[in-house]
Write a protein that binds this ligand. Sequence first.
Ligand code: UTP
Length: 295
Amino acid sequence: MIKKAVIPAAGLGTRLLPATYAQPKEMLPCGRKPTIQYVVEELKAAGVEDILIITGRAKRALEDHFDQDFSLLERLKNSGKMALHKEMRFIEELGINFYFTRQAKPTGLADAIYLAKDFVGTDSFYVALGDTIILSDPLGLFLKDLAKLHLQKGVSGTIGLEKVRKEDIQKYGIIKGTYLGERIWHIEHLIEKPSPDIAPSQLAICGRYVFTPEIFSAIEKTPIGIGNERQLTDSIKILIEEGADILGLEMSVDGRRYDIGNPITYAIAYIELSLKDPEIGDFLKLYLKKLVENF
Ligand code: UTP
């Protein structure tokens, strides 16, 4: 079992401005819960006990969200709002040890992950992007499958993959690899946001990874890349060039990924996750049906 996870959440979220001007994009709600809460719940379901969240400027709400407010609990109880009281005890119930550190400047995903070097120590760890929600049945299954593969094969890194539409290739890191069966790929090369005509596959990196601490020495050797940022894909490429084995695991067909990084994918995530919410979903379904019929 992997017990430690890092959630990079220090990006500026410029594609979601003005919503992200004074609040973290990872705190934007999808239905009744902020995005980061889904990510933490998935990690918890996979057996994680310690989470380091990489934050940055105007990101303090991320810390507050995982800090139990006992006076609020008291007030909810005293006013008889017992369902909310129960729901707002989620922080205690998670039983996760949270740690926070700040990335002074958003100089890239690789730099953000490098800040976890001391926290991680000597064991393999998860990386789960704070702006990506992954649902599987049961929750956390995809992370567990990644960890199982990673530990069984003794590789340096295992990357979650999702098959994307041709027209979406340009938005993601895309892999080139050899198919080993059972959704597993041996990764030979990675290309950050290629145009569809030169892309070696339709398999995109989906925001969930397992690494050994070898990734930190690769990050140290990584030059600044696309967008003037130190790119994690470049660090993984260095590991591959040095002879390390990196595997990829495709999400199963019933898994679902929501990337909240741009206005359209955020709207999709908000609508779909609201529809799945047992408290508001049924009402919303009827409402949307009527709305579309009369449009
Ligand atoms: P993105 O590149 O999608 O996020 O990074 P961004 O930079 O916030 O987005 P835009 O392009 O400005 O809209 C994916 C994840 O990596 C984190 C982000 O917070 C996000 O969860 N990240 C990115 C960092 O933690 N630090 C960085 O320097 C960059």
